[in-house]
Design a protein around this ligand. Structure first.
Ligand code: GDP
Ligand code: MG
Length: 154
């Protein structure tokens, strides 16, 4: 699998409840990303705690988990050359006040905690995060390599 061409994103509860799914997906596809996998789910507390486990000891951890479990989210795997870096550039700074104009967080985030979207920060995390939510047979890359890998395993 060309993990360098994949990243993982979530459209967070605030953006979903504000009806920003469509506008955010438009920004994503207009920027040249393919949607390789996508679904709408609601995180359970234990899932959110594992997903954000790296932030376990940070003061905002409890509120982060509460927010991320407060309503449905959209999870997706995106495909583009150099996907992780390209997508971090598209979403902008974690804090929307510091995000560049035109970025998804500048356009759609309410605050640093309600910052519209998640984007993976490394190829390794992108793959781990994608596999946290999707089985290989649910990820449809352009060249189908993920599907083929699943067939080989089964
Ligand atoms: P990201 O990779 O840009 O999403 O940022 P991090 O991985 O550092 O943090 C994960 C998420 O925790 C962010 O997207 C924010 O929603 C939240 N977060 C990070 N830093 C802070 C903070 O200082 N205060 C609060 N309230 N939330 C934060
Ligand atoms: Mg992060």
């Amino acid at each position: 699998m060309e993990s360098g061409n994949l990243t993982f994103t979530m459209i967070k509860p605030g953006a979903v409840s504000n009806e920003y799914i469509g506008p955010i997906l438009s920004k994503i596809t207009e920027a040249g990303f393919r949607i390789a996998a996508m679904k709408m789910i609601k995180l359970r507390t234990a899932q959110a705690e594992v997903f954000y486990g790296i932030h376990r000891d940070r003061p905002f951890f409890k509120s982060l988990v509460e927010f991320m479990t407060s309503g449905p989210i959209v999870v997706a795997v995106l495909e583009k050359e150099n996907a992780v870096e390209a997508y971090r550039a598209l979403i902008g700074n974690t804090n929307p006040e510091e995000a560049k104009s035109g970025t998804i967080r500048k356009l759609f985030a309410e605050s640093v905690s309600k910052n519209a979207v998640h984007g993976s920060d490394s190829d390794e995390n992108a793959l781990n995060e994608a596999m946290f939510f999707f089985s290989r047979s649910e990820i449809f890359t352009k060249d189908g390599e993920v599907m083929m890998a699943a067939n080989q395993i089964v």
